[in-house]
Structures are given as C-alpha cells and as structure tokens.
Design a protein around this ligand. Structure first.
Ligand code: UGA
Length: 447
C-alpha cells in the first residue's frame, strides 16, 4: 500500500489497544498516518512500544515494528497526550458481557469518552466509536460531548475484522460504515482517514449513528444464526441418519444461501459472537421488542448444545463412562490462527470430559499458554503426539492447518485406539478410515 503523509492528514489516536485497537492503530500507521495508541494497561503499552504484540495475530507484529521504526506509531497511557497530538480519536475499548446479565458492560466506552473530555478535547476533534455497543449509545455519548466539549463531533464506524485475519480485514474491508449526525463534518473527515481504501473501491455506507451501531450487532447475529442453523440441521441429521456435510454442500449451491459459515461442528465461541447475541437480545428486551429477537435465545441454545453433543459422542465412542479413560484433544483456541480462548468450545468440551473423570491432554499450536493460565486442572502437551499418546479417542476441536494436514497413518501407532472425533469438519474421513481409524463427526452417520 502506498504510504503518504501530509501535514493536513488527520492525526489519529486509538483508545484501547486490545485486539481491535492494536490492529487499528497499526493499520492506520501503515496507511501513513501519525498514530498514538492509548491504554490504561501500562504493561500492554510497554510491550507494544517494544514492538511486541500481546496476542497471536498473523502479520501484525511485523507491521507494528515497521511503523514503530518509521516513527509514525507510539503508545502511551495518557489520554491528555492523545488529545494534544491527535484530532481524530478512535474508541476501541472492550464491551464485555456484564457478569449479572446478558447486557453489554459499557463502562470502558463511557470512561474513554469522559476521559477525552476531561483531557481537553477541542472543537476540532472528532471522536469515532468502533466498539460494539447497543443502539442508542452513540446518541447518548454525542449529547455528553455536546455538553462537555462543545464543537467536538461524534461518529460511529463499526469494525468487522475477524481474529486471524485482522490485518487484512482492516486494510481491505468488505465495506465501511459511517454513522454520522446530519450537517456535521464527520463524513468528510472519515473519508480522509479511509481515502486509500475508498480509492480501492471499498463500498462506503453513510448512515445515522443508530443504524451504524445496529449494522454491527445485526451482522454478528446473522453470522451466529447461520452457524446455529447448520448445527440444528446436524441434530436433525443425527436423528434421521442424514449427513450434515453433504446437506450443507447441497444448500451452498443456492447462491442466496452460499457456503460460508455453514460449517457444522462444536459451534461458535470467542469474545464477540456469544456476547454480542446476548447483549442484542437483552437490549431488545429493554426496548420492549424482545419477541423480535427471541430466536437468538435458540441460536445460543443450539450453540451450547453443540458442545454437549461432542461430549455425548465421546461417551458413545468410549462405550462407557469417560472416567479414567485417556482422551487426546487437538485444539484449545476458539478458532484457528488465534491464541484467544475466550468462551472456547474446544476447552469447554475438554473441561467437561475432565470433570467426568477422563485423563485429558490438550495441544494447540498457539493457545497452550493461555489455556494453562485459565484451566489449571487440564493437562497441556507441547505437540500433537504428546497430546494423543495412549489415547482411546482423539478429538479435533479447532481446525488448525497443522491438524488438517495430519497423516493418520503416522499418528496411529501413538494412540491406544484409532478413534477420531472431528469436531470441526476439518479432516478427510476417507483418508482417516483408509488408515484404519474410526472417524466420527457431529451430524454425520457412523458408516
Ligand atoms: C466475528 C465476526 O466474524 C467478525 O465479522 C466481527 O468483526 C467479530 O466477530 C467482532 O465482532 O469483533 P471472530 O470472533 O474473529 O469474528 O470469529 P469468526 O470467524 O466469526 O468465528 C466465530 C466462531 O464461529 C469460531 O468459534 C468459529 O470456529 C465458529 N464457526 C465459524 C463455526 O462454528 N462454523 C462456521 O461455519 C464458521
């Protein structure tokens, strides 16, 4: 991507340097802007300043280092410094699920905006929300800005990046959504920030603040629904003897349905889809339109059942209680190319089997360290062979390339019984069966 830096360019700050913020800050610097990333976590600021990405994201660390060296990117703990050095401030802080309900916890978003105001936001400043929030949050924050920093504007520009593809999704998004107030200058300034992408024909949707907030939660609700739809079909296949993979393949020929996000298995996890559908539902309840999103409760329930079905299938293939049986688990991250274990279906299945008395050994190419820290009772191995040694059943629960490419013939002598449960539709059943394995998967007949 060509790098341009002119004195009239927007000067950018990014508040919150988690997954979203760190990636956004690095990518904005990569586009040629001067960027300052802000975080209250001083350790994170130190690590990012030293060129170290505190999570696993392919390609991000190289770009971080490149832009630190070019002098376009700095990190700080001080909002005052951000206000002094930048005029477009992206709010990228987390909106986790509240411990007492399904609703989103907005305290970090509120604190970021209040902090910017206290730090002396001026009339030429633009605050751009990127965090996933319930509709109406932006309008409330815009009123707070109007009172606390007259002249400063607020826009909402939701982010659609996927973990594992964060850099590519940020630099080459499917679309840009600008939620702006009428008659403001925000659209012009956002167009300046994203000029290169717009020049590369990335579509721009300009809308009001509320619709922009809704686009994000609706997109995640739709994706979650698609996954739970195919997992519901897997349940029906199990009851009827059908094959969910062949069913999904046939559905996919209809261009209106398509093939993406129709991969049956142990379902969705991570820091976004599960909490976002719950927050969306909780907000609809508050608004008195709970019935409209009641189906998301079923989407959630199908998803949680997918994990339980994987445990039940393991019990079935073991033919008895898992107590004192040896189980090898391949995968801990909620998805491949990530070390994120938040609400990981893989670890939940592994934990359930451990609680049932099995000796479970887990391997993941990137998430062992995080897994150990959060699941001290699980046993972690540092290789595939280490995890499957002596296993009576092997479960593939995250579809890493390394697992897809495994040679079943090479693995066979290491296990006590050659039985594999493919929790992600990652393996070629013909290859595994030809190598003498019993291959089982959710929604697929035993054959
Ligand atoms: C998701 C959305 O895809 C992004 O567009 C959005 O920006 C992001 O949340 C967010 O809100 O920040 P992400 O959480 O990175 O991105 O993960 P996905 O790629 O959506 O996968 C979510 C889960 O669904 C994973 O556990 C994955 O294994 C599972 N999945 C995905 C399936 O079980 N089946 C499928 O067919 C696809």
């Amino acid at each position: 991507m060509p790098i341009v830096s002119r004195s009239t360019d927007p000067r950018i700050s990014v508040i919150g340097t988690g997954y979203l913020g760190a990636t956004h800050a690095v990518c904005m610097a990569e586009l040629g802007f001067d960027v300052i990333g802000v975080d209250i976590d001083t350790r994170r600021v130190r690590r990012l300043s030293a060129g170290e990405v505190p999570f696993y994201e392919p390609g991000l660390e190289a770009l971080l280092r490149k832009n630190l060296e070019a002098g376009r990117l700095t990190f700080t703990g001080s909002l005052a410094e951000a206000v002094e050095r930048a005029d477009v401030h992206f709010v990228c802080v987390g909106t986790p699920q509240r411990p007492d309900s399904g609703a989103a916890d907005l305290r970090h978003v509120d604190a970021a905006v209040s902090g910017l105001i206290t730090a002396g936001l001026g009339p030429d400043d633009l605050v751009v929300g990127k965090s996933t929030v319930p509709a109406g949050t932006a309008t409330r924050l815009a009123a707070r800005l109007a009172a606390g920093a007259p002249g400063a504007e607020l826009a909402w520009n939701p982010e659609f990046l996927r973990e594992g593809f964060a850099v590519d999704d940020t630099l080459r998004p499917d679309r840009l959504v600008f939620g702006v107030a009428p008659r403001g200058m925000a659209e012009r300034r956002l167009r300046a920030v994203y000029a290169q992408m717009i020049g590369d024909d990335v579509p721009v949707v300009v809308t009001d603040l509320t619709t922009a907030e809704l686009v994000k939660v609706a997109a995640n609700a739709f994706l979650a629904t698609k996954i739970s739809f195919i997992n519901a079909m897997a349940e029906v296949c199990e009851a009827t003897g059908g094959d969910v993979v062949e069913l999904a393949g046939a559905l996919a020929h209809d261009a209106r349905i398509g093939h993406r996000f129709l991969q049956a298995g142990i379902g969705f996890g991570g820091g976004c889809l599960p909490k976002d559908i719950r927050a969306f539902q909780a907000h609809a309840d508050e608004l008195g339109v709970g019935r409209a999103l009641a189906f998301l409760g079923e989407v959630d329930a199908v998803n949680i059942r997918a994990r339980a079905r994987a445990v039940a299938l393991t019990r079935e293939v073991l033919g008895d209680s898992p107590a004192n049986r040896t189980v090898g688990v391949l995968g801990a991250a909620f998805k491949p190319n990530s070390d994120d274990i938040r609400d990981s279906p893989a670890l939940e299945v592994a934990e359930a089997l451990r609680r049932a008395g099995a000796h479970v050994s887990v391997y993941d190419p990137a998430a062992v360290e995080n897994g150990r820290a959060c699941h001290p009772n699980l046993c972690f191995a540092d290789s595939v062979v280490g995890a499957v040694a002596g296993a009576e059943v092997v479960l593939v629960l995250t579809e890493w390339h390394e697992f897809r490419e495994l040679d079943p013939a090479v693995l066979r002598p290491h296990v006590a019984r050659p039985v594999v449960i493919d929790g992600r539709g990652a393996l070629d059943p013909h290859r595994w069966r030809a190598a003498g394995w019993t291959y089982r998967a959710l929604g697929r007949p035993p054959r």
